[in-house]
Structure formats: C-alpha cells, structure tokens
Ligand binder design. Structure first.
Ligand code: MF3
Ligand code: CO
Ligand code: CO
Length: 270
C-alpha cells in the first residue's frame, strides 16, 4: 500500500518456476501469520509481535522486507484502531476491544510475499465487529472480481460498492500493488473506482499483486502523523480495518498465495 500513483511502468508476468518462487514466499508469510495469530491476545505489545516476527523470519534464513524499507524502523506494521496503515510497533500493551492490523512482508529467495490481518482483541462492540467483517468480506469480493482478462478497476468497483452499501468508506490514498522480485511494482490496485488512470489495465494470467482494502467507519480521508512520518490515521479518528492477500492470476482464476488453513477463510464470521 506504500505505492502511490507512480508513473506507469511495465507489468511483469510470471510463469513456471517463477510462480513457484512466488508461492514459496507467500506460503512462508502465511505460516508466519499463523505464528502471530496464536499470540494475539490482550496484554501483548506490538513490539513483542515485531520481535517474534523478526526472529522467526531470520531463524528460517529469510529477510524481513519492511525493516529499513525507505527508512522504516521495524519488521512489521501494526495499525491499532484509528490507524489505517504503517503503524510502528511500540511498547503499549494491546487492550480488550482494540483492533489491530498486523501487516507482514517477507523476502524468500528473492521473492516477496505480503499479507495482513485485522485481529479483534478479546471482545469488541458490534460496530467494530461489523467494520472488521466488512473489511474481510470486501477483500474476498475484490479477489473474486479479479478474473483473467477482467480489468484492474473491476476490483475497486466491487469493493467500493460493498463498503458503501454498509455505510463505510474506502481509503483512496493507499492501494494494492504488483509484487514479485520487488516489494511494490506495477500494477497499482485501487480499492475504489477512480475515473481515470492505469486501472483500465487488463488482469492477465501471470500477474501477481495484492488486494488490501482499508475500510473506514467514517471518512476515507487520512493524515500522516508528523511525529514519525509513517503512521497513517483516519482524519476523523474513526476506526479502520484491513485485510491483505497476495494473489497470482492464473488461466483459471485468482490463486490466493498467502492463505493457510488456520487463518480466516472466505465467509469467516467475526
Ligand atoms: N506491507 C505494506 C503493504 O502492504 C507496506 C509496508 S511498507 C513499510 O504494502 F515501510 F511501511 F513497512
Ligand atoms: Co501490500
Ligand atoms: Co502488506
């Protein structure tokens, strides 16, 4: 989601053993999310999760992608409550009723895998649950809209319609991205329907990209915290939730590379 409307470049296509590289990186990232998920409970700090992810990644001989990326100071992004994305782990214990998005990216043998999940700590109010549910469902609706030779904008169109129908807004300033031998590459994947731009692009078999809608309870507008120049918050400080998967477009449809049997599946009820 760090990819803002950059100048248009060529979209890389991946085949055969390249797809195996992509699959392996995403599988590792998904297993790492399984490790994190088992630890998510009130009282844990985002810094503890950060350390856990750093150690698990390096113990397996792999590289955390975010650490040092454009000067980012930690291994993962942890976005609590009104934080939309790029929250920096710190020593504050997570509390009952908080929601936190954990965003993991790993480099495995030169290939990137990227996924995120929003966790509800303990029990949360019905409106918070409804938001998290909508964020998860909208990601899956976007995944299903991504079919071979459909258009990039079909993804955002369906996500935006789904969120709006539930009274939520979709973040516009951060979007999904192509992924492969680079962290962020073409194509950009907006989660709303922009009028103009690169999203007329056709989704071809061999393309690999993320779908990672950030859904806000209030306004879609955001601001960056000037104290760290990373943390993105909703402008009205209302809650925001997000889920992310890495997707490989195949001849027969989208292959979700970062899914494991332990995580929330399509249709999961929070
Ligand atoms: N993982 C984020 C994404 O989904 C990017 C984080 S970049 C960082 O694209 F520098 F903030 F870590
Ligand atoms: Co991403
Ligand atoms: Co991510």
């Amino acid at each position: 989601m760090a990819l803002k409307n950059k100048a248009r470049r060529k979209v890389p296509l991946y085949f055969d053993e390249e797809c195996e590289g992509l699959r392996e990186a995403s599988r590792f990232n998904a297993e790492l999310m399984d490790v994190v998920r088992a630890r998510m409970q009130p009282g844990i700090t985002t810094l503890e999760i950060d350390r856990l992810v750093y150690e698990y990644t390096t113990d397996h001989g792999h590289t955390p992608a975010c650490l040092g990326y454009k000067g980012y100071p930690r291994t993962i992004c942890t976005s609590v409550n009104e934080v939309v994305c790029h929250g920096i782990p710190d020593a504050t214990p997570l509390r009952q009723g908080d929601i936190v998005n954990i965003d993991l990216t790993t480099v495995v043998h030169g290939w990137y895998g990227d996924s995120s999940e929003t966790f509800i700590l303990g029990d949360a109010g019905p409106e918070t649950k409804r938001l998290v549910q909508a964020a998860h469902d909208s990601m899956w609706i976007g995944i299903n809209a991504a079919q071979p030779f459909s258009r990039v904008c079909d993804i955002g169109k369906t996500i935006e319609r789904y969120a709006k129908a539930r009274g939520f807004e979709v973040v516009r300033e951060y979007q999904g991205h192509g992924i492969g031998r680079e962290f962020h590459q073409e194509p950009g994947i907006p989660h709303y329907c922009p009028r103009v731009g690169a999203s007329q692009e056709i989704l071809e078999p061999g393309m690999c990209f993320t779908i990672e809608p950030m859904i806000n309870a209030g306004t879609w507008r955001t601001f960056i915290d000037s104290r760290d120049n990373w943390t993105v918050r909703t402008l009205d400080l209302a809650m925001s939730a997000q889920f992310e998967h890495t997707i490989l477009m195949t001849e027969t449809g989208p292959e979700v590379l970062t899914l494991t049997q332990n995580g929330p599946q399509q249709g999961h009820k929070f």
